[in-house]
Design a protein around this ligand. Structure first.
Ligand code: SF4
Ligand code: SF4
Length: 442
């Protein structure tokens, strides 16, 4: 019977981790749908970015209330899960609190886990109030209608349930440790600054019942963690894992520096240099088969990683001048749409034995409209604000590039300006010969 528990636990663990691994493979496959981009340079800066922004949460605290609450939940979640290691060993080998041989260190660890669990509960309640009662503008935005709003709340419920189970398990354990004369294998181990107060509820309850409560909380706690792990794939909470690679592979160029298209740069050089040979043959691979991006496969893999990492926090949208002035653009929606389309393409590939069958849809038009794209002022506020170094602007720019260069579909004033630059070498509609007329005035 004893071994049956261990076998059941091993099966549960295998199923949980196995399904998660399958979904990780899908995420990786979808990210690889993107074009190649080299982000292997400046490794020192990249590690620093990851340490400061993903691990150190340095951009989160720009908004102190949300930032500090987030750090509590983040640290709490990561640190408390160290205990998961103990649970896994106990579950697999039938031990009980296997790390208790650490003595006073173990007491400090369990004590700090409990305090963190309590703080996480408080932070989660405040988060819930901010999202659902105070209704902060960025959380009641139209981007979040439907599933994204439910997703934000579901994860809060998850946290409450997991932390409550953790404290209940400890409270029952504490009670059984203190049964006079001892109870089964429950020897004294750990300190319980929070759950000792919950344990008062067990006074007068038969020990066998408290034991059942302890076991139930223990099993539900680990099962809940495995469900949570697998829920990540369907949720914006993938950022818990992807914030690390995302900050590492982020663009390190100064904000505002755009990637020039080599083929276009060469054309312009020819135009500007009177001595250049206009008939000189360009290398065959100098001209791309498609300019800009109309679908997710045209974006690079870091942009697709960005889409999976987006936390849907809306800091970008709340700082976006286009959005603030009532335009249709929301940089958060750009990232959410990119992820949704990437998922759609991924499902298409899964359904068609590894091959994408065109579905008459594209990211452009079916998800993101030209109106949204042209509302962007390219100010970079969204990039600056993003707590995990995402660049919605880079996607906007590539889609605009497609509109201009593949479809000649720029707005009228822009087309007129570009025609003037092409014909007159200046954005205004007058001949180059008239350029110095101003000096003859007066
Ligand atoms: S760069 Fe564009 S999308 Fe980003 S904040 Fe500025 S206007 Fe908004
Ligand atoms: S792009 Fe960044 S700032 Fe915008 S919603 Fe996503 S995580 Fe938040």
């Amino acid at each position: 019977m004893h071994y049956l528990d261990n076998i059941l636990f091993a099966i549960l663990l295998l199923l949980g981790v196995g399904y998660f691994t399958l979904n990780c493979k899908k995420i990786l496959r979808n990210i690889r749908l993107g074009k190649e981009v080299n982000r292997s340079d400046r490794k020192g800066d990249r590690w620093k970015n990851m340490a400061m922004i993903a691990l150190g949460q340095s951009k989160m605290v720009k908004r102190p209330v949300a930032g500090i609450l987030h750090i509590i939940v983040y640290v709490g979640f990561v640190v408390i899960n160290i205990e998961v290691l103990e649970i896994i060993i106990d579950g697999l080998f039938g031990t009980h609190r296997v790390f208790s041989f650490l003595g006073p260190v173990y007491n400090v660890l369990i004590g700090s886990f409990e305090i963190l669990a309590f703080l996480v509960l408080v932070a989660v309640i405040i988060f819930y109030i901010r999202r659902n009662i105070i209704n902060l503008k960025r959380f009641v935005h139209s981007d979040l209608k439907g599933w994204p709003k439910s997703d934000g709340n579901i994860i809060l419920y998850f946290e409450v349930v997991l932390m409550t189970l953790f404290l209940t398990m400890n409270a029952a354990d504490f009670h059984l440790q203190n049964v006079s004369g001892g109870f089964m294998h429950f020897h004294t181990a750990g300190s319980f600054p929070i759950s000792q107060y919950i344990a008062v509820l067990f006074e007068g309850v038969p020990n066998a019942t408290v034991y059942v409560i302890e076991r139930a909380a223990w099993w539900l706690h680990i099962a809940g963690i495995l469900v949570f792990l697998n829920y990540l794939y369907f949720s914006k909470h993938l950022h818990i894992l992807l914030a690390f690679p995302n900050t590492y592979f982020a663009d390190l160029n100064p904000k505002g520096q755009f990637e020039n298209l080599e083929a276009v740069t060469n054309e312009v050089k020819l135009m500007m240099d009177p001595n250049a040979d206009p008939y000189a043959a360009a290398p065959a691979d100098a001209v791309p088969t498609k300019f800009g991006a109309s679908d997710v496969q045209d974006l690079n893999w870091v942009q697709l990683l960005n889409a999976y990492t987006c936390t849907e926090c809306g800091r970008c949208t709340s700082a976006c001048p286009a959005n603030q002035t009532g335009k249709k653009l929301s940089p958060r929606k750009i990232m959410m749409d990119t992820r949704d389309r990437m998922e759609e393409v991924g499902k298409n590939i899964d359904a068609n034995k590894g091959v994408f069958i065109p579905d008459n849809k594209t990211l452009l038009n079916d998800y993101i409209t030209a109106e949204e794209l042209w509302a962007c002022t390219t100010c970079n506020a969204c990039v600056e604000e993003c707590p995990v170094n995402i660049s919605p602007l880079s996607i906007i720019m590539e889609m605009r590039q497609y509109l201009v260069m593949e479809q000649s579909a720029a707005p009228m004033p822009l087309n007129a300006m570009m025609t003037n630059i092409e014909n007159n070498g200046a954005p205004w509609q007058y001949s180059q010969q008239d350029r110095l007329n101003w000096k003859d005035e007066n």
